[in-house]
Design a protein around this ligand. Sequence first.
Ligand SMILES: CC(=O)N[C@H](C=O)[C@@H](O)[C@H](O)[C@H](O)COP(=O)(O)O
Length: 232
Amino acid sequence: MQLSQLKHALVVSCQPVPGSPMDRQDIIVAMAGAAVAAGAGGLRIEGADNVRAVTAAIRDVPVIGIVKRDLDDSPVRITPYLKDVQALADAGAAVIAFDGTDRRRPVAVADLLAATRAAGRLAMADCAILEDGLACMALGCELIGTTLSGYTEQTAGLPDDRPDLDLVARLASAGAMVVAEGRIRTAAEAAAALRAGAYCVTVGSAITRIEHITEWFVAAMRQTRVQAQGPR
Ligand SMILES: CC(=O)N[C@H](C=O)[C@@H](O)[C@H](O)[C@H](O)COP(=O)(O)O
């Protein structure tokens, strides 16, 4: 795969809410197909089996693969193990994304990168702060994602309804190929991420998680009812 395929592309993350009625492989493949039919230039897919099903159905769009795990002894969730890198590569992921933060972890970023290289895949580091991104860039990761900004202990205070475009801009200024990812909820925000210097933009919840989208609408309507002093 050529990295340039992702230049200025919309990457659609097709990750249903776990346990949701939408959390089915056939629905993931259908969501991916619909996104590609509408112009998505990349897909982000969780789980090796889902990656295999999506790459079998959709051949001409790169898949960024991840494995999510809840570990007992580490806050790292995204592709923590070397076996995950191998499984994603075997399943056909063009890019393998892993946690690129400087936190307690079972496998060092450098080793995950080496495994990704050995499998002949491109690497994306999911980062939370500028320093993570710079370190992963220095190691040689091709893509630096803002994915984890707002989701680590250190960044937990950020507004939960806005993307971290400041981090996008600072990483881009430092020369990173930035994947703007996390809390991009509108087309205008996706366009703003490109203007901030993003190489490509990943959107998940706002396109593929019906529960989250519904909650946003319900919350906004409830707020409006409160301001209007209750239902008539
Ligand atoms: C923090 C974390 O675990 N992020 C995950 C990474 O794959 C996904 O749950 C997100 O949906 C994805 O990053 C896209 O973000 P958003 O859904 O906000 O557009």
